[in-house]
Design a protein. Sequence first.
Length: 358
Amino acid sequence: MLVARHENEISGTTDVAAHPEFAARKATKTIDGVKVTGWFTEDFTLAELRTLRAKERLPQVRVANTAFDGRFPVPTFQEVIDLARAESKARGRTIGVYPETKHPSYFASIGLALEEPLVATLKANKLTHRNDPVFVQSFETANLRKLDRMIDVRLVQLMDAAGAPYDFTAGGDPRGYADLATAAGLAWVATYADGVGLSKNLIVPRDAAGRLLAPTSVIDDAHRVKLLVHAWTFRAENQFLPADFRIGADPNARGDVTAEYELFFGLGLDGAFADQPDTAGSGARGPLTGVRAGAARGPGAAPLPTWGDQLRPVTPRVFPVRGPSCGGRGDVGEAVRAVAWRCPGRRGRAWSCRPLTT
């Protein structure tokens, strides 16, 4: 059974610390080479996780969101899919899902591999083909390459501005994300993936003061090998914005995030991960109107949909938990951040999605 959470360590996104019955579950583990202390999904049954309630992950930054603390349980991945379909029917639009597999090497090492239950869930929901409204994303490469042999949905290789996929680190591969973001690296990624999800700093770097530098060629390089390009994560608060777009000195105040979207979409970006997906829509509106609205976003893609067609997709992160199902195990994902995007599919089919509120 798949469920939804930001990380497998859940003290930041649930009220688990307030449950004395689970005090003894607190532990320190090494996840992808880093020691992490807290409560972990894989140490709970699904029934136990269902007793917890979600809370805002950044309460000091997004105080208003704390009004929703305690209102929602941990949703299953199936409930995320059901929500997308219910909203598709209610709105008369196709709404998709964008699950992320989290720490796949770690979970494989403890006997809770992600790929089989994820594929089983997608197949049970008839989400099996390239033109179905689903993307699967991961920061590691081996599990995406495995998924490419198991199912024909679109796969997205996530890349950070520093570091390396943990499967490379664990396997002694000297390459890092910087290598994958080169023209040669992207050509290799294109052998198993349909797109890349890039840190914004791989597209437009920043200097030590947080000011924007010249854009790189990574979007054009990716498009040359027919990869879609999505970027993460767009956030409206000053502390997350480049210095060029901050307004005032309050780090928690909103800056000019619209200008940031206009910059990135103007460079040819196909989609954007956003903590406030409504701002992504308004930010994309400027550069995607008039002549640009008729321009293709991506290799061989159809023209972008009209402004009224834009919605935002649900983005669950997937990883296992102990549970009574599937022979004594369950699996967990997360729908914390939404992705706002306007990118047509590889066959020219445009679809868009809506965020799950937790």
